[in-house]
Design a protein around this ligand. Sequence first.
Ligand SMILES: Nc1nc2c(ncn2[C@@H]2O[C@H](COP(=O)(O)OP(=O)(O)OP(=O)(O)O)[C@@H](O)[C@H]2O)c(=O)[nH]1
Ligand SMILES: [Mg+2]
Length: 558
Amino acid sequence: MWGERFFHTRDRLAACRARIESLAGESGLSPRESEEAAAELGRRWLGGIVGEVNAGKSALLNALAGAKLAEVAPVPTTRGMTAHVGPGFTESSALPPGCLVEVHQAPGLDRIGWIDTPGLNGPQREEMFAALADFERLDVLLVVFPADNTWTAATWEWLSMLGDETLERTALVVQMADKKGPEDLRVIRGHMTDLTLKKIGRKLPILILSALPPGGAPELRGLEEFLEDRMCLEPGRRHLLDRAFHESYRRMREIEDGLDRQKRGMADDGWFLGGLEREGEQLRDLLVESSADELDKQLHVYGMAVEGFARELRRKMGLWGTFKGLLLGDAAGGEAEVACDVRLKALVSAFAARDLERIFAECSGHWGAVRPRVIERMGFDPGEMPPMLASHREQVAAGFDDRVGRAVPEYLGGLRLRVLIDGLMRQRSRRLRGWFGFWLVLVTLMGICGSFGLEPWTGWLVWAVVAGALLLGFLGWLTRRTAIRGFKDRLIHASGRFGEALRKFHTEAIREVFEGYGQGLISVRRRLADRQAELGPLAEKWNTLYLELKTIEQEWSG
Ligand SMILES: Nc1nc2c(ncn2[C@@H]2O[C@H](COP(=O)(O)OP(=O)(O)OP(=O)(O)O)[C@@H](O)[C@H]2O)c(=O)[nH]1
Ligand SMILES: [Mg+2]
């Protein structure tokens, strides 16, 4: 088949270019403006077959197409111009007006379609002469003469009207050579050459062949060589192919630059995100620092709470409580510890709730500034709020409360409040219990003396019992005061430890909240990482395509 190498190269190059273009799209490049060389190269060719009635034009078309596409008969047959084309043909603008189009799956039409025409000396003579300019635009012209009549006037007249440029791609075909002997054909060739010089002033290729030799297959080698020479090896077309290679390489460079730009842009985006993350960390540290005042206030509240605990304990050490404690023992330590735990937790929870509102407000403000910067820089909306400020807000609040609240058990655990109070209570009871026993002896003696009427002992003992009761009351008051003071001193003394525990867990809680806040930017980072990961396969595709393009080019020029 003629033009094998040219068409093989052209088709592979076209497929390669389509893949280059799809890679360009994947790499984010805008579609390429249509390139002249590529468009010209992709265009399906169209040739014309003209000549007089019964010259054998339709038979030649069938032979070139390798299929029976047009009617062949010894009487005037072809009534109008018909373009017989392959499925890839789209150039309807190249057709002469009134020309019909028939699309066929025929092997010979893949490369070039043909316009079969009515005879130049037939009833359509006028149309054929009027369409001469349209035929001049075709890629190749075959002017057919029957071997037994090569001086057909209408054909020579039509031929002599063609411009020089068209004549460059025109061949004279002497058809039905089988009807003549070799000597006749030699004479015909000479005669045709003379006529050509005489009618158009230059030589044209003269191809002598039989499209329909009776009992044989058409022999088209000469015509195919002409087509290959004029259509494929012609310098203009070779140049076109070279330009298409050049354009493809240029496009490949554009893609490479685009990928490089993206890579650099992504590295910059990484820095940009790193900056935002550092801002978040600074905000976190600022919030931790600015909490110092708030935490100091909590120590004041703690002091007030200690007063409250002391009042509670004082109540428990009242007359009845003391009496009960002397008789039944005391559970004040455990109760006080539970009460302290509950009160301090409430205090810490209230502080945590207030503080978290402040943190949320700061984070919302910061996010409000971060979001437009991310959109502007990366063209990606990270969302109105990170989940920690939106959907997970309650969860975050519960986590914050829990974390800050851990300061209470840590503090109370170190304080050993139950041991302290129980110790104080025991000490007090020990002191009071001796006096109380002595007083009970006095009361008993007073009762015995009174029963036996032993005067004046009874009177003295009454005075002693009253004095003992007063002394016992005084001792009760004194030991309560000492115990409460000891309790308060211990708690106030430990306020530093409470402050430390609160500061430690509060800092941890803020860090935890900021881990959640950071998730907002982590989604942006993930997106960036996805984009970076996409670049790898694109670069690989680029390499493959580049090698393919190089191979096609080397095979073409080598
Ligand atoms: N012996 C021989 N006869 C041929 C050959 N080619 C065509 N013929 C005959 O010549 C006659 C005309 O052939 P066509 O191909 O129909 O000629 P055409 O130029 O298309 O004629 P119109 O369509 O009428 O203009 C037919 O009878 C064919 O059988 C050939 O190579 N050898
Ligand atoms: Mg015909």
